[in-house]
Ligand binder design. Structure first.
Ligand SMILES: NC(=O)c1ccc[n+]([C@@H]2O[C@H](COP(=O)([O-])OP(=O)(O)OC[C@H]3O[C@@H](n4cnc5c(N)ncnc54)[C@H](O)[C@@H]3O)[C@@H](O)[C@H]2O)c1
Length: 264
């Protein structure tokens, strides 16, 4: 090997997202808020999207510390017209989105239980947000991503790669999201990359029933090789990686961010 063909790295430049325009659904709190901060810290202009303008305004104002662009765009991802309007707003205010993070997700109490208890309507409620909502965003963003040679990151779950008892709607939606990501990766290659994250247990509002129950929390920690819940920032950092040039040969992949939970 000569010096000329020696491998070359541009670190940390390969992680730099300056010039990118990112949309993060469910960006008002928890993992999505941390992802919005992470992408902004890496230099992207970021629209933290959620349903309530006041919540979005709060996160948008937090992002001013990074000296990047931001805007207040709202959407209920279960409402396709809302999603289209939202992406138009972002494109008008910040430029064409080049990074789209489908993070909005729910797992409501009514959808937890054995199939005799959870109705098909409750199944739909979860899937309308977690899966159909992600597809609506991908569909509405497709032209922007194509034009910018951008990247999509879907936030699935360990429930997207293994079954979990009494969470059928959630698990079906997250398995669907993993499959959707693979198909998008095929149809969008080579110009647009699409990848998935599969977080384990992360301390957020979504898991407060677990973190607030010492017995349940202990059993989750015991099942998790790293012996703790993740902080939202620990899901945000791999999102920055997947959106960046450092992940230039990753597409259609599902990255477990689960403290080793699925390694068992
Ligand atoms: N917390 C965990 O342990 C964990 C583990 C694996 C995967 N996840 C996934 O990570 C994502 C974020 O989870 P979180 O723990 O931060 O949850 P969270 O409940 O703290 O936040 C969810 C966010 O999504 C938004 N949202 C909900 N429904 C929406 C809709 N219809 N339209 C637009 N926005 C909507 C909420 O306003 C909020 O901003 C979800 O997709 C979740 O399934 C979470």
């Amino acid at each position: 090997m000569t010096e000329d063909d020696a491998p070359r790295f541009d670190f940390p430049g390969a992680f730099d997202l300056s010039g990118e325009v990112a949309v993060v659904t469910g960006g008002s709190r928890g993992i999505g808020r941390a992802i919005a901060h992470g992408l902004a810290a890496a230099g992207a202009a970021v629209a933290p999207v959620s349903r309530t303008a006041a919540d979005v305004e709060r996160v948008a104002s937090e992002l001013s510390e990074y000296d990047v662009g931001t805007c207040v765009a709202t959407a209920d991802v279960a409402d396709e017209a809302d999603v289209v309007d939202c992406l138009d707003t972002v494109a008008d205010e910040l430029g064409r989105p080049s990074v789209v993070v489908n993070n909005a997700g729910i797992n409501p109490e009514v959808a937890l239980g054995t199939p005799d208890r959870v109705s098909a309507d409750d199944f739909d409620t979860v899937n309308d947000v977690n899966l159909r909502g992600a597809y609506a965003c991908a569909h509405a963003a497709a032209d922007h991503l194509e034009a910018t040679e951008g990247s999509l990151v879907n936030v699935a779950s360990v429930g997207g790669v293994v079954g979990l008892p009494r969470q059928h709607p959630y698990v079906a939606s997250k398995h669907g999201l993993v499959g959707l990501t693979k198909s998008l990766a095929l149809d969008w290659a080579p110009s647009v990359r699409a990848n998935c994250l599969a977080p384990g247990y992360v301390a957020t509002d979504l898991t407060e029933d677990l973190t607030g129950n010492e017995e349940l929390a202990a059993s989750i920690r015991e099942r998790t090789p790293l012996d703790r819940f993740a902080d939202p920032e620990e899901v945000a950092a791999p999102t920055v990686f997947l959106a960046s040039d450092a992940a230039s040969y990753l597409t259609g992949a599902t990255l477990a961010v689960d403290g080793g939970w699925t390694a068992r």
